[in-house]
Structures are given as structure tokens and as C-alpha cells.
Design a protein around this ligand. Sequence first.
Ligand SMILES: Nc1nc2c(ncn2[C@@H]2O[C@H](COP(=O)(O)OP(=O)(O)O)[C@@H](O)[C@H]2O)c(=O)[nH]1
Ligand SMILES: Nc1ncnc2c1ncn2[C@@H]1O[C@H](COP(=O)(O)OP(=O)(O)O)[C@@H](O)[C@H]1O
Length: 223
Amino acid sequence: MKQKTAPTPSPIERRGLVLILSSPSGAGKTTLTRNIANAGGWRLELSISVTTRERRPSEIDGRHYHFIDREAFEGLRARDDLLEWAEVHGNFYGTPRRAVEKTLAEGRDMIFDIDYQGTRQVRERLQDDVVTVFILPPSFSELRHRLERRAEDSPATIEKRLANARNEMQRWVEYDYVIVNDDLDESFRALESILAAERLKRVRRTGLAGFVDSMLAEPASLV
Ligand SMILES: Nc1nc2c(ncn2[C@@H]2O[C@H](COP(=O)(O)OP(=O)(O)O)[C@@H](O)[C@H]2O)c(=O)[nH]1
Ligand SMILES: Nc1ncnc2c1ncn2[C@@H]1O[C@H](COP(=O)(O)OP(=O)(O)O)[C@@H](O)[C@H]1O
């Protein structure tokens, strides 16, 4: 009878990870998050948050955020349907739990664009499966220029975001990596390097032990 050979364990097999990007408003985290999620080769699933903030002219409900009212938000919170949530600039934001659990269970990686308060909650829950990146602007005046050029918020909203930026900016010390987003292409390459290296980390490589064992089990005569 022909012997069935066990499939060789794959060295590629590993646990899924969550890549989190945070920054003060206008530093470029949304741009970087969307660019790497849309660059198909990286196979990163973008988490779509719920928020009570008003939709900006360029935003699409269900693509950029799920725009909901305060009552619906409270309902999600009460049912424990949010992996994390926070109040930022006077609005509420949260990450729907189920989509994250499903994606990670399927062994796929995710990317979150969330603030430092949410980052703390996710880190507490997912521990080693979280990689955090803080995006800084090259200067405070450039931050203002970017918010003005984006032209999506009222002058009062921009001032509020700039005032909050002073507090948010100081959270860089809580993150694994920091990118100063001056040249966008360079920042994108830095983000790619982080993801590539994190995917190779030994602690995530669930397939390696079996792979090495099967290699060592090869008959010496074949070596
Ligand atoms: N904790 C948490 N923060 C979020 C979530 N979604 C967005 N944020 C953060 O809320 C802040 C405001 O986001 P947004 O209104 O899109 O404005 P922007 O930062 O100017 O692009 C940013 O710091 C986002 O990272 C979320 O689901 N949870
Ligand atoms: N490196 C960069 N150089 C110049 N403009 C940038 C750069 N990165 C992002 N931007 C622009 O700055 C504005 C704010 O970026 P955005 O990604 O919306 O920031 P955030 O999500 O952090 O608020 C957008 O108009 C975006 O196109």
C-alpha cells in the first residue's frame, strides 16, 4: 500500500496582527492607512469605525465610517459590540468588534486608524498581536496647512483639532514606531518596512516549529 506523506508544514503560517496608526488630526494617518490597505499586495483588512461625528463632504457612509447617531452608539456600547471606543474632539468613535474577530480568526491582518485612548484598549485586549505606529507632522505650521488644504472642516473645527493636537502629539512615547510624515512616499515605504518586519517576527510564526522539525526528520542520506 502506498504510504500517505504528511504535508510539509508551511513556514509562512503565522498569527494575524493588528496594525494601528494614530496621529494628531492632519498629520496624514488616514492617507497612509488607506494607501497601504488599498495596495492589494499587503492583504490588510481596513477596520471601518462607527462615529457620531458629521460626515465630511468627501466621505462615504460605510466606506470611511459608519455614521450613526448618539443613541445607536450607546446601543452598541451597551451590547458590548465595540472592541474599543473613545470620545475625540467632542464626538464618539468605536471599532465594531465582530468584524475584527472574524478577520483575525481567518488569519488575516487588519489596520486601524484610531486615537491613543482606543490604542490602549486594543493593546490590553490583543497584546502581542498589536503593532502601533505614531505619525508626526514635520512641524506644527505644516499641520495647520494640511488641515486648511484638506478643506473639509470649518475654521472652528480646525482650531479645535489644532488645540487638541498639542495633547495628542505627546502620546508618541506609547507607540512601537514613529514616522515623521514629511515626504509621503518615504513615509509609505517606512510603513511597508514596519509591516514586513513585523510579519517575520518569531513569536507570530506558528508554522516554523513544524517546518524545522520536518526538515530535521529528512533521512540523513538525502542531505
Ligand atoms: N478610539 C477610536 N478612535 C478613532 C476611531 N476612528 C477614528 N478615530 C480617531 O478619531 C480622531 C478623529 O478622526 P476624524 O474625525 O476622522 O478626523 P481626522 O483625524 O482629522 O482625520 C482620529 O484621531 C482618529 O484616529 C475609532 O474607532 N476608535
Ligand atoms: N506627507 C504629506 N505631505 C503633504 N500633504 C500630506 C501628506 N500626508 C498627508 N497629506 C495631506 O494632508 C491632509 C491631512 O491628511 P489626512 O490623511 O487626512 O490626516 P489625518 O487622517 O491624520 O487627519 C490631506 O489633505 C492629505 O492629502
